[in-house]
Ligand binder design. Structure first.
Ligand SMILES: [Zn+2]
Length: 258
């Protein structure tokens, strides 16, 4: 079943039963990923993970994907060559316009399938704005947070391995090793400067730029990465992503009095 909407003709798009159909926008990034991963890492994951998730759906589940949004909000990596970004206001405007187009094509369910952590807070805000403005049902999917890591890692890696570390490097070794420079892998954790202010995941954080904390752009241990660790993670992650897309097609808000 063809799930790439861009390969349809317009009458074929028109003929899709939109009552349950989910329209998925893969959201990537083109930005530094340490000295060992290609700068299209998040873009590649956005496309591959979307396709793997869609491939698990039954033909009765109508989910379709758009071409990926390649360049997004990566300015935390400013100063590293090969990093390209849209400002928060530009990315917000772009996603709004794509959502308006989805609505004009008749879709009612719109999914932001985002593989770049730096987009996360913005896309959650944009999703709610799009919902309020257009009436679309809008969903955010962020693969790295979908399942507990099935591979044991150190406390440092779990807390600080947030960029180009074991998780991303292992996934890439499993999916496309040509994007990994094995001999350039390294291990680097930023120094904790405060007991209470963290990088993310807690109630008190600071707005960091990568160059404030890491000389190579790496946060994590890429040296422990392997294709096998990547396959273990994909084995847990991909069925959950498929389940999430199926849930989007089945989703209904409860009937309220309002
Ligand atoms: Zn990444």
């Amino acid at each position: 079943m063809n799930r790439h909407l861009a390969k349809f003709t317009w009458p074929e798009v028109q003929a899709i039963d939109k009552s349950r159909a989910a329209l998925v926008l893969p959201v990537g990034a083109v930005e530094q990923h340490g000295r060992h991963l290609s700068i299209d890492c998040d873009l590649y994951f956005a496309e591959r993970l979307t396709d793997l998730a869609l491939a698990g759906l039954s033909d009765r589940t109508p989910a379709f994907r758009l071409p990926a949004l390649a360049i997004t909000k990566s300015n935390e990596h400013v100063g590293f060559p090969g990093t390209f970004w849209l400002s928060a206001s530009t990315l917000s405007a772009v996603v709004h316009d794509i959502a308006r187009s989805a609505k004009a094509s008749g879709f009612q369910r719109f999914v932001l399938f985002n593989c770049h952590g730096g987009n996360r807070s913005l896309l959650e805000s944009v999703a709610r704005d799009v919902r309020a403005e257009t009436g679309l049902a809008v969903f955010n999917i962020f693969p790295p947070a979908m399942v507990p890591d099935p591979v044991p890692v150190s406390a440092d890696e779990a807390e600080l391995g947030i960029h180009a570390g074991d998780w991303e490097t292992s996934l890439m070794l499993a999916l496309d090793p040509s994007r990994v420079r094995l001999d350039k892998r390294d291990c680097f954790y930023p120094k904790r400067t405060s007991e209470v202010l963290a990088l993310e995941f807690t109630g008190a954080t600071h707005a960091w730029l990568t160059r404030d904390l890491s000389p190579t752009g790496l946060f994590g241990d890429a040296t422990i990465a392997s294709a096998e660790r990547g396959h273990q993670r994909l084995g847990a992650l991909v069925p959950k992503l498929t389940e999430a897309l199926a849930a989007v097609c089945d989703f209904e808000f409860p009937k309220t009095a309002a």
